[in-house]
Design a protein around this ligand. Structure first.
Ligand code: GLN
Length: 304
């Protein structure tokens, strides 16, 4: 398969959508990002790599970091984790408070903000140096020591992060989290602020695509069954209230972020990352979804 040519063709085909949507503005630093950028990169488990356009430009991975956080937490807590957070799709926005109140402070899943904030709290409790340990893990799965947080983005999100502050308060009220709410929010925003390129993200997610390979990075170990289950949660919960639509259009487990990145995996075949900051009303990249829809259609490689 000539993946470079395929990605180029996909890019040409989706150009008519290049002006649809706009970048996230509720995080002031993200509003400054040039919305007219696009990158895409695919890594197969056999070592093939193809990358087009701005595949090497770093962007804010935002909620994609929730997959790394879940991997760490599942390794540390095992199935005990599921007493504090569920694994059902929410069908609501990533920052919604509605179910959290009705369901007494137990978030639906680890990929909505409320669930990821619970994961951040658990990591704060169990890691010796949470920020350094998280970064070390992400660097190891990515085979790349230059990956880092962007403090300006994290602080800018904290300044305007009223909804996440409401979520953390509700969680604390219900006794779901242990640590100081400011510490939990700070760590959560730091994880979201990590910057990676499409090439780096698709390289990193090979560890989820290739779930039969031993998972052991920076002291974080998972069985192949646990990795498979993380993939299942990506499939059902990776796109919030657009998870059904993504399954319908693309048919792969994946995770999006409001920085405009999407990463998806085809188990035992490939990992792919795509980025364009312009988002639809659900907070998912317009061009990203279009590109992945074409990729799985052209290659007939959806898991369905
Ligand atoms: N940091 C963002 C927030 O909490 C992450 C949301 C996202 O990427 N969907 O709102």
């Amino acid at each position: 398969m000539d993946y470079n040519r395929l990605l180029e063709n996909i890019y040409q085909a989706i150009l008519p959508y290049a002006q649809e949507g706009k970048q996230a503005s509720y995080i002031p630093e993200l509003a400054k990002v040039n919305p007219d950028q696009f990158g895409m990169c695919i890594h197969t488990i056999y070592g093939e790599v193809a990358a087009i356009e701005q595949a090497d430009t770093r962007f804010s991975i935002q909620s994609i970091s929730k997959v790394f956080a879940l991997a760490m937490c599942l390794s540390i807590k095992g199935d005990d984790l599921w007493t504090k957070v569920g694994k059902e799709p929410s069908g609501t926005a990533f920052n919604s408070l509605v179910q959290l109140e009705v369901e007494h402070g137990i978030p639906r899943n680890p990929f909505i903000n409320a669930g990821a904030i619970v994961i951040a709290d658990l990591l704060l409790t169990h890691l010796e140096n949470p920020e350094a340990d998280f970064l070390r893990f992400v660097r190891e799965v990515s085979c790349n020591d230059s990956i880092d947080y962007n403090k300006e983005v994290a602080l800018s999100e904290r300044k305007e992060g009223y909804l996440n502050a409401a979520i953390v308060n509700l969680l604390k009220y219900h006794g779901t989290i242990e640590n100081d709410i400011e510490d939990v929010l700070h760590f959560y925003f730091m994880m979201c602020s990590i910057e990676m390129s499409c090439r780096e993200l698709s390289q990193a997610f090979l560890v989820f695509a290739n779930h039969r390979r031993r998972f052991d990075y920076a002291g974080i170990t998972l069985t192949s069954s646990q990795v498979k289950r993380i993939n299942a949660i990506m499939q059902t919960c990776g796109f919030y209230d657009e998870a059904g639509e993504f399954a319908y259009l693309v048919g792969l487990p994946g995770k999006s972020g409001v920085g405009g990145g999407i990463v998806a995996i085809y188990p035992l075949q490939y990992s792919v990352a795509v980025w364009c900051p312009r988002l639809n009303s659900k907070g998912n990249s317009v061009m990203g979804i279009k590109a992945l829809e074409l990729l799985t259609t052209e290659t007939q490689s959806s898991i369905f």
